[in-house]
Write a new protein. Sequence first.
Length: 49
Amino acid sequence: MLRCSELGLTQDDVLMSYTMGMVYDMLIEKGNDHEKYPTIATQDDFDRF
């Protein structure tokens, strides 16, 4: 429940809507929000892929 409150989720949200896997995924994404990545793909990169 601590992790859920860190994300701003209520107890009702968690018990009725989300699995623990979904909550862990949200925590991982939250942690990645502040990550700096060295390059960002452009359209040319996607076309070559």
